[in-house]
Ligand binder design. Structure first.
Ligand code: R5P
Length: 302
């Protein structure tokens, strides 16, 4: 498989190429003065299997989508055999339901458009919720970041900590993580206003369980799939701080860290912030490169 790295975030893609021993695919890319993209592939694409590692920065998700459509569609035109696109962070992934009548289910349309443009498979890491993508069968793949978190947390803290899910959407992931590294976990229940997105309440699902864990451990790791505005994590940390004096680690798969988000975590009493490198961010100390390498290798045998 030949690998293309999105020029807007080349660090993760390069790690994938180096770790996996893949050949990179050369292309010319530029942005015209008016902001439009130009792409030209160099050499013969006929019969190639190509993997793309996209890099979608916060605020520029729509541009990232357009670049990926240009890459995929052009590769198809030029005779590529297989085109597999990895969005380490899937843009529009959170609008995965029609929460209110008449809403666009952006997550489904995003993936559908890529498949229509000619992608054989679209993959991502820790998608917000998988249900909406089941219509695509094995043409949509969600790669779990569980193995890299297991290794990282076990090396860093052994099993001397407890895990916290800031809302019920994370409970499955956290219960699996807790089981494999043999630590306890608890969770909060979050209620958002469906129109404004504002968090209306965030409370422990069991105060007595949280009290017991707070008495027994010095470290709590609160894990969420995404930090965007920081509102969810800050609320969770504040709640936790009502009962817990130890070290609070905030861990995320997708560190979007919108302006003001880190300050919210600091004000709430965070002790450490950790994220993966699915998007470029200053707290990325856990790499998902190996997961993408393994995925590309598994798919090239099919
Ligand atoms: C929502 O259900 C997600 O799992 C995250 O909790 C959410 O996207 C975080 O966003 P924010 O940082 O803006 O609260």
């Amino acid at each position: 498989m030949r690998v293309i790295v999105d020029p807007f975030y080349s660090e993760l893609g390069s790690r994938v190429i180096l770790l996996g021993g893949f050949d990179s695919l050369s292309f010319d890319f530029k942005v015209f003065p008016d902001g439009e993209f130009y792409v030209r592939f160099l050499g013969d694409m006929t019969g190639l299997d190509v993997g793309l590692v996209m890099g979608c920065l916060p605020f520029h998700q729509s541009d990232c989508f357009l670049r990926s459509v240009f890459f995929v569609s052009t590769l198809r035109d030029l005779g590529a055999n297989r085109v597999v696109v990895v969005f380490p962070y899937l843009p529009y992934g959170r609008q995965d339901k029609r929460f209110l009548p008449g809403e666009c289910v952006s997550a489904r349309i995003f993936v559908e458009s890529l498949l229509r443009a000619g992608a054989d498979v679209v993959a991502t890491i820790d998608v917000h919720s998988q249900d909406v993508f089941s219509v695509f069968g094995d043409r949509f793949v969600n790669i779990s970041s569980l193995p890299v978190w297991e290794e990282f947390l076990a090396n860093r803290f052994g099993n001397g900590f407890f895990l916290v899910a800031p809302d019920k959407g994370r409970i499955d992931f956290i219960s699996n993580l807790a089981r494999t590294i043999n630590v306890p976990y608890t969770a909060f229940r979050k209620v958002r206003d469906l129109k404004t997105g504002k968090i209306m309440s965030l409370e422990p699902i069991s105060v007595s369980e949280l009290k017991e864990l707070s008495r027994s451990y010095d470290i709590a790791v609160v894990f969420d799939d995404i930090i965007s505005t920081g509102g969810t994590m800050a609320r969770a940390i504040r709640k936790l701080r009502e009962l817990f004096n130890g070290r609070v680690v905030a861990a995320f798969t997708h560190g979007l860290f919108l302006p003001g988000s880190v300050q919210k975590l600091l004000d709430a009493g965070v002790s450490e912030i950790i994220a993966t490198d699915t998007v470029k961010n200053s707290f990325a100390i856990v790499s998902v490169a190996k997961l993408i390498v393994d995925f590309f290798k598994s798919i090239s045998h099919k």
